[in-house]
Design a protein around this ligand. Structure first.
Ligand code: RP5
Length: 163
């Protein structure tokens, strides 16, 4: 039987997938049940409300939301659910993602969005942060994160002149 998704991975446009796939890759590597969906704050506002309003009762523990430009998706989702929302600013063509970053980060006090870095690093870290949040209630997941860090540290020391 398929388990219920624990993480919701949403993005404002299909064009965001190129970035958000890096969050998906992390979730898959850690074997986390997740769902992915395009939900646009401006083009499909009713779907956004529906998605956010049902997130808690559907059992989602974390939502990762990527958006670019006037990036209102993470903030609006956060406004409609108490499930933690991690926002990933997509690197926009016009302003290199600074617009996305500020739109996502500058939330009013009371409605938090955990804002990550612009682009690929932000998507990857959103995936890792979601795994860490889930690991608070999952000892074996914690061990896998420790292992991931160890491997990463080892890889960081591989020198470019090594064979
Ligand atoms: C935002 O507008 C999306 O998150 C995307 O990053 C940006 C551009 O969307 P497209 O015009 O590529 O669909 O809503």
């Amino acid at each position: 039987m398929r388990q219920k998704p624990l993480v919701g991975l949403i993005m404002g446009s299909r064009s965001d997938w190129e970035t958000m796939k890096h969050a998906a890759e992390i979730l898959e590597n850690f074997n986390i049940q997740y769902e992915k969906k395009i939900v646009s704050a401006h083009r499909t506002p009713d779907l956004l409300y529906q998605y956010a309003e049902s997130a808690e009762e559907r059992g989602l523990k974390v939502i990762i939301a990527g958006a670019g430009g006037a990036a209102h998706l993470p903030g609006m989702v956060a406004a409609k659910t108490i499930v933690p929302v991690l926002g990933v600013p997509i690197k926009s063509a016009a302003l290199n993602g600074l617009d996305s970053l500020l739109s996502i980060a500058q939330m009013p006090g009371g409605i938090p969005v955990g804002t990550l870095a612009i682009g690929k690093a932000g998507a990857k870290n959103a995936g890792l942060l979601a795994v860490s949040i889930l690991a608070n209630n999952d000892v074996s997941l914690k061990e896998r994160i420790h292992h991931f860090r160890k491997v990463q540290a080892k890889e960081a020391l591989v020198e470019p002149w090594e064979n």
